[in-house]
Design a protein around this ligand. Structure first.
Ligand code: SAM
Ligand code: SF4
Length: 323
């Protein structure tokens, strides 16, 4: 089992498979991806070796992320590979949804269990202002298709943004009335590149929480291992609301996730200063050596992030590692 010196157990791997993206979300990659070459991305055999080592050390869930993971032509094979590793019970995908409608069936056939789709607005104009992309209708059809096909978990992520979607809570709630999806508002996080944007657009999730509690929504009790989202349900709504508030006290106490970049680096925290390059361990099947290495490196994992002090580590934007 991978355990750090604060006795946190890590059974959840977030695996980035590309840093590239076709959207220009204004809080993430307003000018597009840093580099157009994709030749450094982990290969399928390297991905199998990463996931095998993590699974042997107790990981049960893998989330594939990016950049935009569906830019990789071998995404279906990556899903299949992750799902076939003994010990992996759940394979999830975080995506901007632009290939969801088209490719969902083959991803599910390959073993996909869960999808998180980013949709920061349900209004086409606002969505385009935030992401630079006009495919919201197809993304929403993809989400409905995922629900109809019976994917075990369908979640929508929306980053809370003062100038763009902070007034859209009523529309988001209406959307949930008849849809069995979980919509999660994520508080905007400061990264190396978005300082001025963050100052202008960060809104605390607390006001959303108060609105929900004042309007008949009830906070659900979730197991400590369920991740950092606070969840709310309402008898008149098929869907659930969630809040991810990384600036709230004790956010890091139950951290159960480790992140691997598309270049084979271990990110112990989204906001760490340094990352550990372990790619050399992926050139042959030797999971024991990799596990020993990871366990050693993990002892350097900090107790919490220092975002409150505006310390964003070396993370310039979340497309580097996948959120
Ligand atoms: N491209 C995929 C997507 O957008 O879903 C996966 C990668 S993206 C970095 C993962 C998640 O991080 C998205 O839901 C995105 O909205 C969120 N994100 C990106 N930058 C963020 C920031 N500065 N603060 C909070 N969430 C952010
Ligand atoms: Fe791309 Fe996701 Fe970043 Fe948007 S949030 S620019 S879709 S990586």
């Amino acid at each position: 089992m991978l355990i750090d010196k604060y006795s946190r157990r890590f059974n959840y791997l977030r695996l980035s498979i590309t840093e590239s993206c076709n959207f220009r979300c204004n809080y993430c990659l307003p000018n597009g991806p840093d580099c157009t070459t994709r030749k450094h991305e982990l290969t399928l055999p390297e991905i199998r070796r990463v996931v095998t080592a993590f699974a042997m050390a107790g990981t049960k869930k893998v989330r594939i992320t990016g950049g935009e993971p569906s830019l990789r032509k071998d995404l279906t094979e990556i899903i299949r590979t992750c799902k076939s590793v003994p010990g992996i019970e759940q394979v999830a995908l975080t995506t901007n949804g632009y290939r969801l409608e088209r490719d969902l069936d083959e991803w599910m056939e390959a073993g996909l269990d869960a999808v998180n789709v980013s949709a920061d607005s349900l209004n086409e104009g606002t969505f385009q202002m935030i992401t630079g992309d006009s495919r919201l209708p197809s993304i929403l059809r993809g989400i409905d298709k995922a629900v109809e096909r019976g994917l075990k978990s369908v979640k929508i992520n929306a980053v809370l943004l003062r100038d763009y979607n902070a007034s859209e809570l009523p529309e988001f709630l209406e959307y949930l009335r008849d849809r069995n999806v979980a919509l999660r508002f994520i508080e905007l996080m400061q990264t190396g590149d978005n300082r001025a944007y963050y100052k202008r657009n960060h809104v605390s999730g607390q006001s959303v929480k108060e609105h929900l509690l004042d309007n008949g929504w009830q906070q659900t009790i979730r197991p400590i291992t369920a991740g950092p989202a606070q969840e709310f349900s309402h008898p008149d709504y098929a869907g659930r609301m969630g809040l991810i508030m990384p600036y709230s006290k004790d956010f890091c106490d139950d951290c159960n996730r480790l992140r691997v970049s598309s270049r084979g680096q271990l990110f112990m925290c989204l906001f760490a200063e340094q990352h550990n390059d372990f790619r050399s361990y992926l050139q042959a099947d030797n999971p024991e050596a990799l596990i020993e290495h990871l366990q050693q490196v993990l002892q350097g994992k900090a107790e919490s992030h220092y975002l409150h002090e505006e310390f964003t580590g070396s993370t310039r934007h979340l497309a580097m590692i996948g959120g």
